[in-house]
Design a protein around this ligand. Structure first.
Ligand SMILES: Cc1cc2nc3c(=O)[nH]c(=O)nc-3n(C[C@H](O)[C@H](O)[C@H](O)COP(=O)(O)OP(=O)(O)OC[C@H]3O[C@@H](n4cnc5c(N)ncnc54)[C@H](O)[C@@H]3O)c2cc1C
Ligand SMILES: NC(=O)c1ccc[n+]([C@@H]2O[C@H](COP(=O)([O-])OP(=O)(O)OC[C@H]3O[C@@H](n4cnc5c(N)ncnc54)[C@H](O)[C@@H]3O)[C@@H](O)[C@H]2O)c1
Length: 449
């Protein structure tokens, strides 16, 4: 016999969690279905453990660079202990109790759509007026011959590792590759980073990749650009990766950071009449509807695969279910890579703006030449800010920043882009002295609009 609910939430990562909490608060009868751990990839194997181990690495650089302080020593065992505490020692019993306490039915099992409004989870049949799909994404492993012979880690092995390897090859030079190389290099691992693009972070403006490159080299990372991993083999204790330029790189461990793919295979999406896109993602409209009272949020939609976007889409979908629909807008959402220093961006790159036919003016500022905060913060200060304005509408359409805490102060640009604050108004805003925020005024003055 089937059990009926107002809403079933399939997958309890950050997207599913926000959706479930809001639906429960809205008085709905909710069942949540999770096959691994409530909290999803982010809480146990991705954002939380990675940011937790990057923090001591960052703090030790801060100590090296600030005047009048020294002697910071990284302690892997203590960092690991705190990482495991932050990742709840891979135990979600508190989350299960929490959702049950809020009135949800919690089913810890793999669920499958069996038709519109119908799910199977283990031996339980569920029907629901609405289904919210939040099944996330899987790491993509390149199909290299011999990959099964080597020690290859995804983010899961990397961010639950007990011992760090002496040498690591990181494949992929975007967010996962850059953050992982930063963390490992700062903890003393000899790192080689292999990236097939001509520069790191190649979806961002060119200068962002150049700065990321420079800072990784400063941290001791050997970077191979324009090189694709095409094969793998074991040589004694070494894992060896063959590159398409004819060279090889070897290490104790190969870490794969070559992207992610929406988790849709085998979950019955086709049976439920759901349209999948070219990359296997669930195609959604501006309310996160995938049709037939089925909603999709987070990485499974293929729209900006970040936790903050999964949470936002959780709010969008539940507002629609609760009868207050509002369209999602993705303009100006920040993208932060927690390297050392942080790399942040929002809105369009120059290339994207050109493709949309927007006439732009770009400005670039070296923070140390323009404002005081970088100098009071550290010796030999680092940091740049780039702004991109639409010269016809006289608003910002893009921004990037590389520097200490850039992931915090990018939100100024993020809001300006999202709400189309006129450049004239931004120029009239007064930032606290001496802060990194002051850079905006100096960069805005350089725009030719
Ligand atoms: C190393 C790394 C670091 C990252 N760091 C950041 C960061 O700092 N900031 C940021 O914004 N983003 C970061 N991300 C991206 C972020 O992890 C994802 O965007 C986010 O987890 C997406 O949330 P989600 O709810 O869509 O999916 P997920 O977190 O993947 O959760 C989906 C859940 O669904 C469950 N599930 C799947 N299928 C089924 C099924 N059939 N039945 C039952 N349950 C199912 C899964 O077990 C999982 O718990 C990082 C990613 C990686 C790999
Ligand atoms: N701080 C954050 O918000 C954060 C941190 C980590 C990850 N994430 C998210 O997680 C997702 C996955 O990140 P990612 O960095 O793995 O994926 P990605 O798709 O952003 O980048 C993967 C990179 O690997 C390169 N690559 C692919 N195959 C290769 C090969 N065989 N040899 C050499 N290079 C190869 C690609 O050219 C690409 O640039 C992204 O959506 C990202 O936004 C976010």
């Amino acid at each position: 016999m089937s059990e009926h609910f107002d809403v079933a939430v399939l997958g309890m990562g950050p997207g599913g969690e926000v959706a479930a909490s809001r639906l429960l608060a809205g008085g709905k009868k909710v069942v949540v279905l999770e096959r691994e751990l409530i909290g999803g990839e982010c809480a146990y194997w991705a954002c939380i453990p990675s940011k937790t181990v990057l923090r001591p690495a960052e703090a030790s650089t801060e100590v090296e660079r600030a005047a009048g302080i020294g002697g910071a020593e990284l302690d892997w065992e203590k960092a690991r202990e705190y990482r495991d505490y932050m990742a709840r020692n891979l135990d979600d019993s508190g989350q299960v109790d929490g959702y049950e306490g809020q009135g949800a039915t919690v089913i810890k099992a793999e669920a499958r759509l069996t038709g519109p409004g119908r799910l199977q989870a283990g031996d339980r049949e569920i029907t629901a007026d609405h289904i919210v799909t939040a099944t996330g994404s899987d790491a993509v492993t390149p199909p290299l011959d011999g990959i099964d012979q080597i020690t290859a880690w995804s983010n899961r092995e990397t961010y639950t590792a007990r011992d760090l390897p002496g040498r690591a090859v990181v494949v992929g030079g975007s967010a996962v590759g850059t953050e992982t190389a930063t963390f490992l290099a700062r903890f003393g691992v000899q790192v080689t980073l292999v990236h097939r693009g001509k520069r790191l972070m190649d979806r961002e403006d060119a200068r962002v990749g150049e700065l990321a490159h420079q800072h990784l080299v400063d941290a001791g990372v050997d970077i191979r650009l324009g090189a694709s991993a095409i094969g793998a083999r074991r040589d004694g204790a070494d894992s060896v990766i063959a590159l398409d330029d004819g060279t090889e790189v070897r290490a104790d461990v190969v870490i794969i950071g070559t992207g992610r793919k929406a988790r849709t295979e085998g979950f019955g999406f086709e049976e439920a009449g759901v349209q999948l896109g070219k990359r296997g993602e669930v195609v959604v409209d501006e309310n996160c509807s995938a049709g037939n009272n089925l909603w999709a949020i987070g990485d499974v939609t293929g729209v900006m695969p970040f936790t903050h976007v999964a949470k936002y889409q959780g709010r969008i979908a539940t507002d629609a279910i609760l009868g207050k629909p509002r369209p999602a807008t993705y303009e100006g959402i920040p993208r932060v890579v927690f390297a050392d220093p942080e790399i942040a961006a929002a809105g369009l790159t120059e290339e994207q703006a050109a493709r949309r036919g927007i006439r732009t003016s770009a400005a670039r500022l070296q923070l140390a030449s323009a404002i005081a905060r970088p100098w009071t913060y550290e010796q030999d200060p680092r940091g740049e800010l780039g702004l991109l304005a639409d010269v016809d509408r006289k608003v910002l359409v893009g921004a990037w920043a590389v520097g200490p805490h850039a992931g915090e102060w990018i939100h100024q640009a993020s809001l300006a882009i999202r709400t189309q604050i006129p450049v004239e108004t931004l120029l009239d805003q007064v930032a606290q002295f001496p802060t990194y925020h002051e850079a905006y005024h100096e960069a805005l003055e350089k725009l030719e609009i």
